[in-house]
Design a protein around this ligand. Structure first.
Ligand SMILES: [Zn+2]
Length: 78
């Protein structure tokens, strides 16, 4: 999924710093140090970062196939 805008538990805004978190992870930083530097201190918020999995790129092909199939059906109807 896309990262939630706010922490589910405390409501802290997290979507605005998620890209910075991913950028620093790709540079080889340790996740706990990145979260400390971004001032993510509560474990409810840290959970949002650690447990978030980007599944959007796995889902997109299905929507593209669905759109393609709908176009085929539409062209057969005409
Ligand atoms: Zn929180």
């Amino acid at each position: 999924m896309l990262v939630p805008v706010r922490c589910f538990t405390c409501g802290k805004l997290i979507a605005n710093i998620y890209n910075e978190y991913l950028t620093q992870l790709k540079q080889g930083e340790e996740p706990n140090k990145v979260m400390d530097s971004l001032k993510i201190t509560r474990y409810c918020c840290r959970r949002m970062f650690v447990s978030s999995v980007e599944t959007i790129y796995q889902v997109i092909p299905y929507y593209e196939a669905l759109r393609k199939r709908r176009a085929e059906i539409q062209s057969e109807m005409e």
